[in-house]
Ligand binder design. Structure first.
Ligand code: ADP
Ligand code: ASP
Ligand code: MG
Length: 259
């Protein structure tokens, strides 16, 4: 069993999603479990929507763009453009509420920014089924990812491994699981912190005794520095656990520090 995690750019459009579909279809013999981020840029957009709703600014334009990004992907993948309408509707109602009361608690904020991943897994799973691969979209909290209530920086509860193992048994085909989010024991949606989908992949991989956890992203590996900042950064062939932890801790985005 292996875990494959796809980041925002990897699911950032119809073409990348088709590539991801082929990668998944190519490793079915290894019983893949998939963890997906939101479509690239969507989580930032959700944070902007909150800011605008709180400032009595025009959040509707940002929201409409978010809708159109997802609908365009659906239509290019030849999937029903209504596939995620109920989630989009729920999101609009939530933002409307925030705009009315001009208040967004950390709990509400986590609920709001959770929509990115919840939208993405439904699109990826539908695409896989369309391509002939049995797959089920899963919200991580429905497949065992229970966390504490530290909104914005939640951590899994102690018996998360057992919960995940049990819950995933009932899923048909390839599970396509939301990264980044969980639920606390009161049923409130939580997030693991920005970039947290890598950490979700590690949580699922550890719980399932995965042979391997693969992090698919927009660079071909961990480098000596962030290539967006440092010219001449080079790929590292090997990295110890301690080195990886240090890189992540000091802010290399390539993996979330808790991973
Ligand atoms: P994803 O959405 O796939 O999780 P991220 O943007 O979170 O992708 O992380 C990948 C980015 O991390 C790369 O595009 C790169 O700019 C940045 N990065 C920072 N430090 C490093 C590093 N040491 N090695 C590789 N990439 C790095
Ligand atoms: N979508 C979330 C973020 O942008 C989580 C992730 O991409 O790992 O922070
Ligand atoms: Mg990331």
């Amino acid at each position: 069993m292996i875990v494959l995690k796809f980041g925002g750019t990897s699911v950032g459009g119809a073409e990348p999603i088709q590539r991801v579909g082929k990668i998944i279809a190519g490793c079915l013999d290894r019983s893949p479990v998939i963890v997906s981020s939101a479509v690239g840029g969507v989580t930032n957009r959700l944070f902007r929507i909150v800011e605008k709703a709180l400032a009595n600014d025009d959040w509707k334009t940002e929201y409409d763009e978010l809708v159109s990004v997802h609908k365009q992907i659906l239509s290019q993948l030849k999937l029903s453009v209504d596939l995620v309408d109920s989630l989009l509707q729920e999101l609009a109602e939530l933002v409307h509420g925030i705009a009315l009361i001009r208040e967004c608690t950390p709990r509400t904020n986590d609920y709001l920014v959770s929509f990115g991943e919840r939208l993405a897994v439904r699109i990826l799973a539908a695409h896989l089924r369309e391509a002939g691969v049995e797959a089920t979209a899963c919200d991580s909290f429905d497949v065992g990812l229970v966390t504490d209530s530290r909104y914005g920086a939640a951590r899994p509860v102690e018996d998360v491994d057992d919960r995940i193992k049990k819950a995933l048994q009932g899923v048909a085909g390839v599970p396509i699981i939301t990264g980044y989010i969980g639920k606390d024991s009161d049923g409130n949606i939580t997030t693991l912190g920005r970039g947290g989908s890598d950490y979700s992949a590690a949580i699922f991989g550890a719980a399932l005794d995965a042979e391997e956890i693969q992090i698919w992203t927009d660079v071909d590996g961990v480098m000596s520095a962030d290539p967006r900042i440092v010219d001449g950064a080079r790929f590292l062939e090997k990295l110890s656990f301690a080195e990886a932890a240090e890189l992540a801790f000091y802010g290399a985005k390539v993996i979330h520090p808790a991973t």
